[in-house]
Design a binder for this molecule. Structure first.
Ligand SMILES: *Cc1c(COP(=O)(O)O)cnc(C)c1O
Length: 247
């Protein structure tokens, strides 16, 4: 077996095992520091740009949540992993014409940021007979009434979108997502950004109590997200390695 690709895959398994253990340690330490239970934070491993074989290895290591940001890549990868006990999260900017494809494999879409997308996802989920979990993506650096450069709705647009998701057939309003802004008042201040997201989440839960998912924190800032109260962290690089290209 040593000359087959299996030997390479055992190196990869060792690498993923070690990386996952380090990330698990970081999440555990952040939970202890914040006085939170480890079970209250879910790790989502972002597998974008990495092959389905990595998804399979991760599932074998106990990973249960994976995320992708491009439908063209995610669809085939999810199909190749259909036998694995995984939840798929879609976290990228989403065009309405991809909604039909995404609802086939995604359990959650974290990047709901405009009414047209709510309509497209609702129609697609209903046609597929599925109920899709939706998170509103908040662009903390976007001006009132606009969208963020990397997707997301400005904070003052959250309520209207949340109401639309909650009222839409085939959709379930699960919570909020953000990416720490690279520009604007929150640049370099992930903790302040995530605290702001938590405030918006608390207000949202006054009218939508079940919308309690808070998706925040990536490889660089997962500690700040756990400290602020995130329920889901989305970690790519720290588990899989530095991606060959920026996406
Ligand atoms: C790629 C990506 C992540 C993971 O980022 P890392 O820095 O690799 O951990 C998290 N969230 C979103 C929306 C992403 O696109």
């Amino acid at each position: 077996m040593n000359d087959t690709p299996a030997s390479g895959s055992s190196d990869r398994l060792d690498q993923l095992t070690a990386n996952l253990a380090r990330v698990e340690e970081r999440i555990g330490a952040a939970c202890r520091a914040a006085g939170r239970d480890r079970e209250d934070v879910t790790l989502i491993v972002v597998t974008k740009t990495y092959p389905a074989s990595d998804v399979r290895l991760l599932a074998g290591l106990g990973v249960r949540h994976v995320a992708e940001n491009r439908d063209q890549e995610a669809g085939p990868k999810a199909a190749a992993s259909a036998d694995l006990p995984l939840s798929w999260h879609f976290v990228g900017q989403l065009q309405t014409n991809k909604a039909r494809s995404v609802v086939r494999y995604a359990d959650h879409v974290h990047s709901v940021d405009r009414l047209r997308l709510v309509g497209a996802l609702s129609g697609a989920a209903t046609a597929a007979g599925r109920r899709l979990g939706c998170l509103i993506q908040v662009a903390l650096d976007a001006e009132s009434g606009t969208q963020g450069e990397r997707g997301g709705v400005a904070p003052d647009g959250v309520d209207a979108l949340a109401d639309a998701v909650a009222a839409a057939d085939g959709l379930r309003l699960d919570g909020l997502m953000t990416v720490a802004p690279l520009a604007g008042a929150y640049a370099g201040q992930p903790r302040a950004a995530f605290d702001r997201l938590m405030e918006i989440s608390s207000r949202l839960r006054e009218t939508h109590p079940a919308a309690n998912m808070v998706s925040a924190g990536m490889s660089q800032d997962l500690e700040e997200a756990v400290a602020a109260g995130a329920t889901h962290v989305r970690v790519g690089t720290a588990v899989l390695g530095v991606r060959p290209r920026l996406r």
